[in-house]
Design a protein around this ligand. Structure first.
Ligand code: 5AD
Ligand code: SF4
Length: 439
């Protein structure tokens, strides 16, 4: 054990996806509600590493973080808690090897204060149980948040893509209850949020006994006073219901942005990935979305170098990118994850080939992203101000299409203002507030 005394200060360090960011915020609120005070990683008495297991080197990264914390200069070694998906998958092993104090899985972090007390009493505290979304009922109310906030509505995954650890680390698909979500959304708005991004590993699989579906939930949230924007991520193509597509056509607060991972553009690879959709069914789905919302910004996730992927199969991914014209995308080199079916597949793609494919894919995405940004130049749109910029008087906000926009304005965080886009850079836009400008 490192620090068998009750910590008074804490630091939560989150890695990985937006859901981890959300979980990290909730852990901080929980520890704060116990009277603990937030501090920096350099001197906090408790450091929570909220880890991600999705791709390679996750575990090594955790060990090196632990090593660094144990030998930090500014203060004695803190109590160390490993949380998140690495904790779920390999927590017990890490605890044994690196002698940390607390291991807590993503479905058990509501027990963090108790686990910290247990560790302070001198014993390893480990909780990787997976009760179906019990944690939310035991977390304190939301207090202070920024203009844009996350809200987890769904967790887990039943899709079992052959490369992915999520079904093992986050468990089966579970939806939070309708009313709990509506209440949390209202609390977030009361705490200052103007935009809420609904989170889930398969967020569009969200449903309840009444059969609201994600679109029904969105239509209810749309009626909350003060909630100006709604987004959701991440979706699976097979859970994209007609109701949700229709909502993109007529719910004003639902932003014209859809993150819909496809991973690859070749049917043989999609089948080997167990994606259970084809290139064509994905493209036809996007046609239906674009039919109700022609200006929608599309984004995706891609994996290059899946076992056995040939040059020609990779070319199919590039041609799909050209066909869709993504406004943004995340792309990754395939990394074998222990325990997943793909990890046992033959046909490993050499690292140099993967590097080259990733570069070509990213160049293609960047080209379309730049074209998308360029196409917004000259348009007037609403920008949600989210934070202040580096220059005096400069503020940063987001367009409806999730582009970062910087402009000089007196508007404050949380304001939604009319802005004319003046210039498009690859990763951001420059705008001018149109108030007082001749049309
Ligand atoms: N290797 C590479 N990328 C992966 N992803 C998930 N598992 C792996 C893996 N084993 C990517 C997928 C997913 C995103 C969150 O991470 O593109 O959509
Ligand atoms: Fe992983 Fe596939 Fe589930 Fe997404 S849909 S979390 S990639 S198994």
């Amino acid at each position: 054990m490192n620090a068998p005394k009750t910590p008074k200060t804490f630091h939560v360090k989150s890695f990985g996806c937006q859901m981890n960011v959300y979980d990290g915020e909730r852990m901080a609120e929980l520890l704060g509600a116990q009277g603990m005070v937030a501090a920096g990683a350099e001197d906090a008495e408790l450091v929570v590493l909220n880890t991600c297991h999705i791709r390679e080197r996750a575990t090594e990264k955790v060990y090196s973080e632990i090593g660094r914390l144990k030998h930090r200069d500014a203060a004695p070694a803190p109590m160390i808690a490993v949380a998140g998906c690495v904790a779920q998958a390999e927590g017990a092993e890490i605890a044994r090897r690196a002698k940390i104090d607390v291991v807590v899985g993503p479905q058990a972090y509501h027990n963090l204060p108790e686990l910290v007390s247990q560790a302070a009493a001198g014993s390893l505290a480990l909780d990787t149980d997976m009760p179906a979304i019990a944690k939310f009922g035991s977390l304190p109310a939301r207090r202070k948040v920024g203009a844009s906030a996350f809200l987890t509505v769904q967790e887990g995954c039943d899709k079992f893509c052959t490369y992915c650890v999520v079904p093992y680390t986050r468990g089966a698909e579970v939806s939070r209850p309708f009313q709990a979500i509506v209440d949390e959304a209202k609390a977030l708005v009361d705490a200052g949020a103007c935009e809420i991004t609904l989170l889930g590993q398969n967020v569009n699989a969200w449903d309840d006994e009444a059969g609201h579906g994600l679109h029904g939930l969105i239509r209810t949230l749309d009626r909350i006073d003060g909630l100006k924007r709604i987004r959701y991520t991440t979706s699976h193509p097979n859970d994209m219901s007609q109701g949700l597509i229709d909502a993109h056509g007529d719910v004003e607060s639902l932003m014209p942005y859809l993150h819909l991972p496809v991973q690859a553009g070749n049917d043989r690879i999609l089948k080997a990935m167990n994606r259970s959709h084809s290139r064509d069914s994905y493209l036809r789905l996007l046609d239906r979305v674009r039919a109700v919302r022609p200006d929608i910004a599309l984004s995706g996730d891609f994996i290059v170098g899946f076992p056995g992927e040939t040059d020609a199969e990779f070319e199919d991914t590039l041609s799909l990118i050209d066909e869709v014209r993504y406004a943004a995308a995340f792309s990754f080199k395939y990394s074998p994850r222990p325990g997943t079916p793909a990890a046992d597949m033959d046909g490993a793609v050499p690292a140099a080939v993967m590097d080259e494919r990733l570069q070509r894919l990213q160049a293609a995405v960047l080209r379309h992203q730049a074209a998308f940004n360029q196409a917004t130049v000259g348009k007037t749109c609403q920008i949600l101000i989210e934070r202040s910029g580096r220059q005096p008087g400069q503020m940063l906000g987001k367009s409806p299409w999730l582009q970062s926009v910087h402009l000089v304005t007196d508007a404050r965080i949380g304001d939604l203002i009319e802005v004319r886009i003046e210039a498009g850079l690859p990763n951001s836009l420059a705008g001018i507030e149109t108030v007082g400008l001749a049309a």
